[in-house]
Ligand binder design. Structure first.
Ligand SMILES: [Zn+2]
Length: 237
């Protein structure tokens, strides 16, 4: 096989490796950012629930204070009853007690409603917190793994890039330009084998005369259908 052909085969193989390394890195970074986004969303949700809980707890505190005041009013009014002299005074105090008791009952109902709302929110918050804890522990171990993998790929990419630079400079300029262009346009596959009269890039049949002349020349050609660079394996290899 001609040296130039072998050179391109090596280059294409290396490029495929480099491209798949970069794709792996992209996927890993995406996974990493997905995990971060999920964690951030859950944390924000928990903060929001905490704020709602705090507001309701404040309200609950105020209602409770009002309730204590009304209960105090009832007690005070009732304690005045033994000293009452007239029927009119007696009725007035009874009315006062009634009003305060009604207020107390209303406030107790409000308080109960607040407590129910608090319980629901707290349950929700605890659930989200558990989810977040689980996610964080997954995140910690997986993010470390991802970091290691990214470094590993980085290291091999550095050596592959320098190996590539060494190969590409040996490729004649015209072929090099076409190769680089095809690499971009054809999704990382610029060079393919012509096998049994077919381009293995686009799977189209090559004109018999074209294929026969390739067999004879044993050099690089272009697929008349997809334009990719074609090489042919010598018989017996
Ligand atoms: Zn083709």
């Amino acid at each position: 096989m001609k040296e130039e052909v072998q050179l391109l085969i090596d280059l294409q193989e290396l490029d495929q490796h480099i491209i798949s390394g970069r794709k792996k890195q992209d996927k890993l970074r995406e996974e990493q950012s997905d995990l971060t986004v999920k964690t951030d969303k859950l944390s924000a949700l928990i903060a929001q629930l905490d704020a709602e809980i705090a507001t309701i707890e404040d309200e609950r505190g105020e209602v409770n204070q009002a309730l204590l005041r009304e209960q105090d009013n009832v007690e005070k009014a009732e304690s005045r009853l033994p000293e009452i002299k007239t029927q009119k005074e007696y009725l007035a105090i009874l009315k006062e007690v009634d009003v305060a008791k009604k207020q107390t009952k209303d406030l107790q109902e409000i308080l109960q409603g607040r407590d129910e709302a608090l319980n629901t929110l707290k349950e929700d918050r605890d659930e989200k917190q558990q989810e977040l804890d689980a996610l964080k522990s997954t995140c910690d171990s997986r993010c470390n793994e991802i970091g290691d993998l990214l470094n590993e790929i980085d290291e091999s990419l550095v050596s592959e890039d320098s190996k590539r630079a060494g190969l590409i400079e040996k490729v004649p300029t015209t072929i090099r330009k076409r190769y680089e262009l095809l690499l971009k346009r054809r999704n990382g596959t610029a060079l393919v084998e012509a096998r049994r009269g077919t381009c293995t890039g686009c799977n189209m049949h090559l004109p018999p005369q074209f294929f026969n002349s390739m067999l004879k020349k044993q050099s690089i050609d272009s697929c008349p259908h997809c334009n990719r660079l074609l090489f042919i394996m010598p018989e017996g290899e």
